[in-house]
Design a protein around this ligand. Structure first.
Ligand SMILES: [Zn+2]
Length: 441
């Protein structure tokens, strides 16, 4: 009963203010497909608005704002061969929509009317916005980042506020031409938890996911020190009926550790190309994006070895199977959501899963990582009515688990499979909860 009450509370949190979209990247000019968006040079000018130097009413007093902005920029610089050239400006407002902006790529926190109007439609749902301008060839000519003046930000984990660094790290990804990622542990995931959801501080997206690094390297090439990089994978997926498997989510794991290195969605012809990969052995998996008439469970596509400068190719006819299980949410500390659970290596946590036809009696849970294990006999069913089911289990991470993003695999007895791709993020900042704390409750 205690669990039931807790889980109900979580839904209230998600619906009201626990989660918010990190802010859509808005195209300044005509709509275009994103993957081609890219700066022409690897040296990118960025102007800090004088508003970053003033005390803002929506940023916790005493926050080291410039330090946070610089750390967010350095995080991306460390991942790829790019360099930001910072200057200061008196400008306060993002450029209005049009073919081109004013030519100055601005980071501004100024709560001016011109900036606030960007959030007028959804002041409660969006943390920040990036407006990107580009030319006819998809080359970015300007990108402006603005914080939502109706939201509160902090750098010290204050519950109920957004973490400023996680927010900026996401928006700088848009500034560099990245779109949202469906992978939950990605800094480019479309939503993330405010400080306080799961009883945790919202620091996990300060750290780029390995898949974010792969994506940015594919765009701009590796950092000079990154000698191991980069190779590519080219894959083509065919449905069981022989037609192209378009729109399938594919994720690429280190074959040994299960850590996710890349994520992609297949094109209309079932093909996909992933560049920016470190040399190594990878296992590819796919999961359909929306329910197909002929059901295709989540499944392994195959293994490939990637070498720097080479493209490894792979074709796979997907296997049909029952569509009798579906995991939509993952949770922690009595709360479930569409986000990611940040954990530490060498600890044991109680993890929740929510979705369709989940049961401690029939569902089996596993990890592709040898460092993550399900504690035997720890599965528990939580009563949540007929249409929605919730189970929990204890997950142990051994002390050798690398920082990174990992998936939770859930199987039905009939062969159905659903995967929470990147639902577990191993991080170095401390998740202080343990099963001892939960059990003491
Ligand atoms: Zn976004």
């Amino acid at each position: 009963m205690v669990y039931l009450v807790r889980i109900v509370l979580v839904f209230a949190l998600i619906a009201s203010q626990g989660f918010a979209a990190l802010g859509d990247a808005i195209a300044g000019g005509p709509e275009r497909s994103e993957p081609s968006f890219k700066w022409r040079t690897r040296s990118i000018p960025i102007a800090f608005s004088a508003s970053l130097l003033r005390q803002s009413p929506n940023i916790k007093y005493g926050s080291d704002v410039i330090g946070v902005v610089l750390r967010s920029l350095r995080t991306w610089e460390a991942a790829a061969g790019i360099e930001f050239k910072e200057t200061y400006t008196d400008k306060q407002n993002v450029s209005p929509q049009g073919i081109a902006g004013d030519g100055v790529s601005l980071i501004t926190f100024a709560p001016t009317a011109e900036n606030a109007i960007l959030f007028a439609k959804n002041p409660e749902d969006v943390a920040a916005t990036t407006r990107v301008f580009f030319d006819g060839r998809g080359r970015i000519t300007e990108a402006d980042i603005v914080l939502n003046p109706y939201q509160q930000f902090s750098t010290d984990g204050t519950f109920g506020t957004f973490d400023l660094q996680s927010t900026l790290t996401h928006e700088i990804g848009h500034l560099l031409g990245l779109a949202h990622s469906p992978m939950r542990g990605s800094s480019m995931h479309e939503s993330f938890a405010k400080n306080g959801v799961f009883g945790l501080q919202g620091f996990s997206l300060r750290t780029l996911a390995e898949s974010d690094r792969t994506t940015i390297r594919a765009k701009y090439g590796p950092a000079e020190s990154d000698l191991d990089c980069c190779g590519s994978i080219s894959a083509k997926l065919v449905r069981p009926d022989g037609r192209s498997a378009s729109g399938a989510d594919v994720w690429i794991e280190d074959a040994e550790t299960g850590r996710i290195h890349a994520q992609a969605t297949t094109n209309a012809d079932g093909s996909l190309q992933v560049g920016g990969l470190d040399s190594g052995s990878y296992t590819l998996f796919s999961q359909r994006k929306s329910r197909a008439r002929n059901s295709i469970p989540a499944q392994e596509i195959g293994n490939v070895t990637v070498e720097a400068g080479e493209t490894a190719a792979l074709t796979k006819r997907l296997i049909s199977g029952p569509d009798d299980i579906d995991v939509k949410y993952i949770g922690f500390n009595g709360q479930i959501s569409g986000s990611v659970i940040p954990v530490n290596a060498g600890k044991t946590y109680t993890i929740y899963l929510g979705g369709k036809n989940l049961s401690a009696k029939t569902s089996s849970i596993s990890f592709s990582s040898p460092h993550l294990t399900v504690v035997p006999n720890s599965l528990t069913t939580h009563d949540f009515g007929d249409d929605f089911s919730v189970i929990s289990f204890e997950m142990s991470s051994d002390s050798k688990t690398s920082v990174g993003e990992y998936s939770v695999f859930v199987d039905s007895p009939r062969g159905g499979r659903s995967v929470v791709v990147g639902g577990i993020a191993v991080r170095t900042f401390i998740n202080p909860y343990s099963n001892f704390v939960l059990e003491a409750n």
